[in-house]
Write a protein that binds this ligand. Structure first.
Ligand code: C2E
Ligand code: MG
Ligand code: MG
Ligand code: MG
Length: 287
């Protein structure tokens, strides 16, 4: 909503085509202030293994708990963060919150699943990310295999040499790598054989038409076969109903994520609904 609301005279524009330089600067400053005041929070959405129905992972999704605007969705501020380079600071904050959360769950005796973090292309330039990840893992005594990075096709399609080296490094550290929103980028499939990818994530625009739309069903089936033939796992995002789940199971999809299972939840609600005590922490009670 671009309408003036009381004292908030700017809107959360999503691109430089619609926002004036002044508005962008104002929002950039607001975002810097928000970072300093820890206004960014993560919600967590479960990923479920389709055949066992068990928790398979969690995706961390950022929100801006803005003092005047309430919870702001990522689509409203990630694009500007990418354009201004603030995504590096924001990404570090997100990584640190996610790792601190994994450590907290572990310390509470809960079995935490692998945590997926969304990574923008701009975060894969230079070695900020690898340094930030190493530092965060060490600080919280976590293993790299507890982390997953979701990257988009548009970034990897450039076949950027530096990025390939970086992804190889992440993979060799044991970090799980996924392609997010698979099928929506303007990329060739060539990169799939160049990169050490673990999972393809079928974009929800294809899932939305299931099971009735035969074209969408053909696309999801094809992505599932493609992933498996390349030795990768496949997850469908945006699964909202039982019929979609059934078709994806039939098609051989490994995992699902979406409102059918749960919306993204604050950490405590996620833990209450989806996390169990780790066996090693089970209080030993005489029977
Ligand atoms: P994404 O990574 O593809 O995340 C999935 C989005 O779909 C999330 O929106 C999620 O809330 C929504 N969603 C999940 N299940 C369903 C469903 O069943 N139906 C429908 N209609 N939607 C569903 P959200 O949280 O608004 O995130 C939007 C996008 O913002 C993400 O897309 C991701 O590209 C970006 N994003 C979110 N968090 C971060 C972050 O920490 N860093 C970066 N760089 N980008 C992020
Ligand atoms: Mg994602
Ligand atoms: Mg996605
Ligand atoms: Mg998507």
């Amino acid at each position: 909503r671009a309408k003036n609301q009381g004292r908030n005279r700017y809107a959360f524009y999503t691109s430089d085509l619609t926002a004036s330089a002044h508005q962008r600067l104002e929002m950039e400053n607001d975002m810097r202030r928000g970072l300093e005041r820890n206004e960014f929070v993560l919600h967590y959405q479960p990923k479920l293994d389709l055949s066992s129905g068990k928790l398979d992972g969690a995706e961390a999704l950022v929100r801006w708990n803005h003092p005047q605007r309430g919870m702001v969705e990522p689509d409203q501020f990630i694009p500007l963060a990418e354009e201004t380079g603030l995504i590096v600071d924001l990404g570090r904050t997100i990584l640190n919150i996610a790792c601190a959360q994994l450590a907290q769950w572990r310390d509470q005796g809960l079995t935490a699943p692998r945590m997926a973090i969304n990574v923008s292309g701009a975060q894969l330039i230079g070695d900020h990310l690898v340094n930030d990840i190493r530092r965060a893992l060490a600080k919280h005594s976590l293993s790299a295999s507890q982390l997953e990075l979701e990257i988009t096709e548009d970034f990897v399609m450039n076949q950027n040499r530096e990025a390939i080296v970086l992804l190889d490094l992440f993979s060799s550290m044991g970090i799980h790598l996924s392609i997010d929103d698979f099928g929506t980028g303007y990329s060739s499939l060539a990169y799939l054989k160049e990169l050490p990818l673990d999972t393809l994530k079928i974009d929800r625009s294809f899932v939305a038409g299931l099971p009735g739309n035969h074209h969408d069903a053909a696309i999801s089936q094809t992505i599932i076969v493609l992933a498996h033939n390349l030795g990768m796992a496949v997850i469908a995002e945006g699964v909202e109903n039982e019929l979609q789940r059934e078709l994806l199971l039939e098609q051989g999809c490994d995992s699902i994520q979406g409102y059918l299972v749960s919306r993204p939840l604050p950490a405590d609600e996620f833990a209450n609904a989806f996390l169990r005590r780790a066996p090693s922490h089970q209080p030993s009670q005489p029977v």
